[in-house]
Design a binder for this molecule. Structure first.
Ligand SMILES: [Cu+2]
Length: 140
């Protein structure tokens, strides 16, 4: 067995983890909630290409990019008019790096504001595929 195969195994495993993920944030009461944290206390760091999915659990809300009163609010994403329909789902896939604020237009002034921190994705499978071919050929 070629040493190449063993050398690539951990890399291939890491690439598997790099598949796009979905992060679930709920809207409940007057809060965005993720992982037991609320609003500005949420620590949500994702990779470029990952998706955040907001789900309405209780209350009357929407999800709008930017801060309340920001003239550019909603330019990146917006779930539309506020709704109280439980089970409503809104998703946004983040492609650019950076720190992205978002808020609820009903409760933003009461602190219903949070952020998503987008960092670069690890090496993708497509980048590693040629390496795999190389390793296969060298085995002979
Ligand atoms: Cu709200």
């Amino acid at each position: 067995m070629s040493n190449w195969i063993w050398a690539l195994a951990p890399v291939a495993a890491a690439a598997g983890l790099a598949a796009a993920d979905v992060y679930n944030v709920t809207l409940q009461g007057m809060n965005f909630v993720y992982n037991g944290q609320a609003n500005m206390n949420i620590d949500l760091t994702i990779n470029a290409g990952d998706t955040v999915r907001w789900t309405w659990v209780s209350g009357f809300h929407n999800v709008v990019s930017g801060l309340p009163g920001d003239p550019g609010a909603g330019d990146l994403f917006s779930s539309g008019l506020p709704t109280g329909t439980i089970g409503t789902v809104f998703e946004h896939t983040f492609h650019d790096l950076g720190l992205f604020d978002y808020h609820c237009q009903i409760h933003g002034s009461m602190g219903m504001i949070s952020q998503v921190n987008v960092v670069p994705a690890p090496l993708s499978l497509s980048l590693l595929a040629p390496l795999g071919l190389l390793a296969t050929r060298r085995r002979r």
